[in-house]
Design a protein around this ligand. Structure first.
Ligand SMILES: *Cc1c(COP(=O)(O)O)cnc(C)c1O
Ligand SMILES: [Zn+2]
Length: 442
């Protein structure tokens, strides 16, 4: 049987569309779309055969299997032509045992999936390789696309710009002015994108880009576009694969627009359907207290949800008050007996500093997830012997201003208990020795 996939209406009204159509919402009811795979066709290989296939392709140079995403191509975008694929060998990121930090918070089996160790420094590469490849596939099949556009909190725009530059496609990125890091502003500029710095927040940029892309000439790259979810869901498969196909007890992810938690859930459910795993981990979404609409809904038992105006947080990539994928997230939290936890500015900054002091270098969003783990261990929701995987969403080096402000003691709402400052001295060995003795004891 031939593998295939298409868009279906997420609200279940039964509408279907081809993957090469320019469409983001159901024409009948306005709901988001979902990429649905022909699971029966995927059963042409046994679970064991899929595992062997994925193992054999893992991190090879043979095109396009150097990519962790395209190594799972039949589960992502079946039938796409090799020459349409735009890849920077994303995926396959390291899954590290955070032994010393884990012990310090009462966990023996804490792991961090380093999705920030990627071409543009965040997990957004995993979705963007699929989206930009899909645009190329549309063009190959005769469609015309003038440009690809996104609103962003800084990482989607970096990924879109890089993949479009590699494909020779014009990229348009809409950023909230002064709400992304310098690195995140420079990445799309360097890659030649048209960068708009708008006097609003992310939610305001999202409104503008939705209008811009309405007529279909400019293609929308935000995660309401479910093609990106297909790439991001491979993280769930990678985590299980990296544990030799054992399922961890928890997967914890920082959430903003909430596409990523949905993607993780999709990957897990597909693995279960195809028999690669027999149980699911519990999912946890971690939010900044200043941008916590999902947390509020969780506390209300998912009976009530209301978008909010997100306040400024150091975790700027998740400063989102009206998440597009709210329903998708709730679905996966329900399916996995999941929870939502939040972290204040002080908690996230303090956690980042303590975790960094064990050798990590965390972005503020990953720190929100680590802080959530600490809180869940304290209240006993996570048991000391459970295997916990934190999805690190971006590289800490993209957030230099955050690190600097912390260690200078100038982060708003934060007490820098673990600040470490350079010791400025004349170039005099005795002065240096005295400083060492003072710190380490003589
Ligand atoms: C995009 C992003 C998130 C949030 O992912 P969602 O899918 O929007 O929930 C978290 N952390 C970083 C670093 C991001 O770039
Ligand atoms: Zn519909």
């Amino acid at each position: 049987m031939k593998h295939s996939a298409g868009f279906v209406c997420f609200a279940g009204c039964g509408e279907r569309y081809a993957l090469d159509e320019v469409i983001y919402r159901c024409r009948a009811c306005g709901a988001l779309l979902d990429v649905e795979h022909d699971v029966e066709a995927l059963r042409d290989r046994s679970a064991a055969a899929w595992m062997t296939t994925f193992e054999r392709r893992w991190m090879r140079t043979e095109w396009p299997f150097g990519s962790g995403v395209w190594g799972k191509r039949e589960w992502v975008y079946p039938g796409i032509a090799d020459e349409s694929i735009v890849s920077f060998a994303e995926g396959g990121s390291n899954l590290l045992w955070a032994e010393r930090y884990g012990r310090s918070i009462g966990l023996r089996d804490l792991w961090v999936k380093q999705c920030g160790n990627s071409h543009t420094g965040s997990f957004k590469d995993l979705g963007m390789t699929v989206l930009v490849s899909a645009v190329r596939e549309m063009i190959r099949r005769g469609r015309s696309v003038r440009a690809v556009a996104c609103a962003s909190t800084g990482d989607t725009s970096a990924a879109l710009s890089a993949y479009c530059a590699a494909a020779g496609l014009p990229a348009l990125v809409l950023l909230p002015k002064d709400k992304v890091s310098i690195a995140q502003l420079l990445q799309p500029l360097a890659n030649g994108a048209m960068v708009f710095s708008l006097d609003t927040d992310f939610d305001g940029c999202m409104k503008v880009v939705q209008s811009l892309t309405e007529d279909g000439g400019i293609y929308l790259a935000n995660s309401m576009n479910s093609l990106r979810i297909e790439g991001q869901k491979t993280v769930a498969v990678e985590i299980v694969q990296q544990f030799d196909w054992e399922v961890p007890d928890w997967i914890v992810v920082p959430g903003g627009n909430l596409g990523n938690v949905y993607a993780l859930g999709k990957g897990l459910l597909l693995m279960r359907e195809l028999g690669l795993i027999s149980r699911l981990p519990r999912l946890c979404v971690a939010q900044a207290e200043r941008a916590n609409p999902l947390y509020r809904a969780f506390v209300a038992g998912f009976e009530r949800y209301a978008p909010i105006t997100a306040a400024r947080t150091a975790a700027s990539a998740i400063q989102i008050g009206a998440p597009v994928s709210i329903d998708r997230a709730v679905k996966m939290l329900r399916a996995t007996n999941g929870v939502v936890e939040q972290a204040t500015e002080d908690e996230l900054a303090d956690t980042a500093a303590r975790a960094d002091a064990t050798g990590m270098y965390n972005c503020p969003h990953t720190a929100v997830a680590l802080a959530a783990v600490e809180k869940l261990v304290k209240v006993g929701t996570i048991a000391p012997d459970e295997r916990v995987v934190v999805v690190s969403t971006a590289h800490g080096l993209k957030f230099t201003e955050f690190k600097r402000a912390y260690h200078e003691g100038s982060l708003e709402g934060v007490t820098s208990r673990h600040a470490n400052r350079p010791i400025e001295l004349p170039a005099d060995v005795d002065a240096v020795r005295r400083a060492i003795d003072a710190r380490l004891g003589g």
